[in-house]
Design a protein around this ligand. Structure first.
Ligand SMILES: Nc1ncnc2c1ncn2[C@@H]1O[C@H](COP(=O)(O)OP(=O)(O)OP(=O)(O)O)[C@@H](O)[C@H]1O
Length: 302
């Protein structure tokens, strides 16, 4: 039995002459939240469509629940829920009616609708027209729709795209609940590193259809060392003092010194050291990496 909910083995996919996915070997462990990260146009949506057999893959390159997708399409898709692009929601129907519709379509008991509304935190809004829902609520209703057949695996393509901060938090918390309390495996795509870092247990990073990194979130953090920016006066002397205490100076401008971030305690100690030596520290800031900086780290490491 495979421990992977999804495994692709050297997957290749072209649209006409254009290679979209190249030698892609994804391994999505069961029970994980797998963040599928890459810039716009990297091939994330195409890969998700391949995983749903909406686009046909070459034989023996895509396995879901250990089974080859082209030969086991129906059996696999029964166990998969997906939200790709916009959720198919009727605005003139209530949230509950939208889900009941889906139940009827799939021949599932209508009571499932209320269960999924509760799971998605939409019970109070169940009888409100979907057109009156916020974007975050619509997205959660879309996820509830994808969950109605009680799938083991959920594929979510950029589910937080276009949401306001509240909507993003709602969807993020729902994903965490689904994985930790309901045992679902989730593959979620995004072009934002910070978004994936907050939810994922595992990460796959693609660029131009190729896998640049795959591993646990901890392995990703080891690779992408966080930085501490120190804004301080008398920069040359401050920099000399910091270097004397054994810190590596990564960068220096006329206002800021950048060193590796190790812990909050170490940052505090550095602050105290500078202040006790008569420097004025105006800010200490842990720099968050964006996807571009992470790409640089990965390319350097490889
Ligand atoms: N039906 C299609 N025919 C031809 N080319 C396509 C088709 N769909 C996507 N592409 C191309 O495939 C490449 C990958 O697109 P894809 O949508 O998979 O990327 P993505 O990583 O999901 O990015 P985005 O976040 O922008 O959707 C792009 O260059 C895109 O133009």
């Amino acid at each position: 039995m495979s421990n992977y909910a999804i495994e692709t083995v050297g997957l290749n996919f072209n649209f006409g002459q254009q290679t979209i996915v190249k030698d892609l070997s994804l391994q999505v462990p069961k029970g994980s939240i797998y963040g599928f990260l890459g810039p716009n146009g990297a091939g994330k949506t195409t890969t998700i469509k391949i995983l749903l057999n909406l686009l046909k893959s070459p034989a023996d390159q895509v396995f879901v629940f250990g089974k080859e997708i082209n030969n086991n399409r129906i059996a696999i898709l029964k166990r998969v829920g997906a939200l790709v692009e916009q959720p198919a929601i009727y605005g003139h129907l209530t949230g509950r009616e939208n889900l009941i519709n889906r139940c009827i379509l799939l021949g599932i008991k209508k009571t499932k609708a209320d269960e999924m509304l509760a799971l998605a935190g939409l019970t109070e809004a169940a009888n409100k027209k979907a057109s009156k829902y916020s974007l975050g609520m619509k997205q959660r209703l879309g996820i509830a729709q994808a969950l109605i057949s009680d799938p083991e695996l959920l594929l979510l393509d950029e589910p937080t795209n276009g949401l306001d901060p509240n909507g993003i938090i709602e969807v993020r918390n729902l994903m965490i609940d689904l994985a930790t309390k309901h045992g679902k495996t989730i593959l979620v795509s995004s072009h934002l590193l910070a978004e994936i870092e907050r939810t994922a247990t595992h990460v796959g990073i693609i660029n131009k259809g190729q896998l640049l990194f795959q591993g646990t979130i901890e392995e990703l953090h080891l690779l992408s060392k966080p930085l501490l920016e120190i804004e301080v006066n008398n920069i040359e002397n401050a920099s000399a003092l910091i270097a004397k205490t054994g810190y590596e100076i990564i960068a220096q401008t006329d206002k800021k010194i950048t060193v590796p971030f190790t812990s909050s305690q170490k940052s505090g100690e550095l602050n105290t050291l500078l202040v006790q030596n008569g420097f004025t520290v105006s800010s200490l800031y842990q720099q968050k990496k964006d996807l571009e900086n992470l790409f640089l780290d990965i390319t350097k490491t490889n």
